[in-house]
Design a binder for this molecule. Structure first.
Ligand code: ATP
Length: 313
């Protein structure tokens, strides 16, 4: 049996709107998700024993059953117990490049890579949509991470429609090293403060359909970079920025530079600027470093990509 190496890209949110409460207790969301070429590397090696083990070069990442990559392997082992008994377990090694608790779906993309890799290792022959159905049980970003690219995500974030690729654009990401933000906290706080603005449950379907004809989708379809930049939006900024002045300052400073637009990704704490070239990305990165010389501020220049999980060997 083979070992597999996979590339697991991060995502950014070009748009995140909280529409309302769903009957199942989750939030109904309208998002535009975008893969970027900042990625973890996942290596899967069959170990021939009935055990799943996680290794990671970042000591902040949990190695136990709470790791999303572990959960993905355990889900596969439970669903395909014949294959698990026949082939045995797996050593999962994660080379962590995506910052943690950053709103970049780092854990979800690792889980997505494990689903894709074990499907190959155990010769299961599952289709992409079958893998996405399994992924949904692990987290609402996992189905997107499997396919990647540029997509509208509605429901809890798991109902996807692919859009025209934005591979020609770049993003400068900025995050304070010791400032992770809990996704659960951000959504809970939003509900406490803004539930009175939610669309009624019986209007959710109509509102969701309107997302597909929204301005941002039109801007992406026509590849109107300026408009895409102007329409970047994230409702969660309303709770994260007041609670974390450092993130608010970061967004403010990045907003002073010449870019297409600036917004926070997911529940933060990453803030990103969209730009039109690698050259501009490097310039913005340098200018931001001069404005905020804090050594705890980490910066990345990345390219937008149409790729989801990729098998490299
Ligand atoms: P999202 O954008 O999906 O909300 P995030 O990027 O904000 O996610 P993650 O980096 O996925 O957040 O990490 C959130 C929590 O998940 C961390 O507290 C971490 O301990 C835990 N975790 C579990 N598995 C992983 C993993 N494989 N990689 C990173 N974090 C993980």
């Amino acid at each position: 049996m083979h070992s597999y190496s996979l590339i697991a890209p991060a995502k950014i949110n070009l748009y995140l709107e909280i529409i309302g409460d769903r009957p199942d207790g989750y939030h109904e969301l309208a998002m535009l998700l975008q893969s970027i070429d900042l990625a973890d590397r996942i290596h899967l090696r069959p170990n021939g024993i009935q055990t799943i083990r996680v290794h990671c070069d970042d000591p902040q990442v949990p190695l136990d059953e709470s790791n999303l990559a572990y959960k993905a392997a355990a889900l596969m082992a439970g669903q395909f117990s014949d294959a698990y008994s026949r082939y045995g377990g797996v050593e999962i090694s994660i080379q962590k490049r995506i910052p943690i608790g950053a709103g970049l779906a780092g854990g979800s993309t690792d889980a997505a890579a494990v689903l894709v890799g074990l499907n190959l290792m155990w010769s299961l022959g599952l289709t992409q949509s079958e893998l996405q159905e399994l992924g949904e049980r692990l987290g609402s970003d996992v189905p997107f991470c499997i396919v990647g690219g540029t997509a509208i995500a509605t429901g809890r974030g798991e109902q996807l429609s692919s859009l025209r690729s934005l591979d020609h654009l770049y993003a400068v990401l900025a995050k304070y090293r010791d400032l992770p933000i809990s996704t659960v906290w951000a959504y809970k706080t939003y509900r406490q403060q803004f539930q009175n603005t939610y669309v009624a449950i019986n209007n959710l379907v109509e509102r969701k359909q309107r997302v597909h004809s929204g301005s941002m989708v039109a801007a992406i379809a026509s590849q109107d970079n300026q408009r895409i930049g102007q329409l970047l939006h994230n409702d969660l900024e309303k709770v994260v920025l007041p609670a974390h002045p450092q993130v608010a300052e970061l967004r403010d400073k990045l907003g002073q530079l010449e870019t297409l637009g600036v917004v926070m990704s997911g529940s933060g704490s990453t803030v990103f600027a969209l730009v039109e070239s690698q050259f501009q990305a490097e310039r913005v990165r340098q200018e931001l470093r001069e404005l905020l010389p804090d050594p705890n501020l980490e910066l990345w220049t990345t390219r937008l990509t149409h790729m989801g999980i990729q098998v490299v060997s």
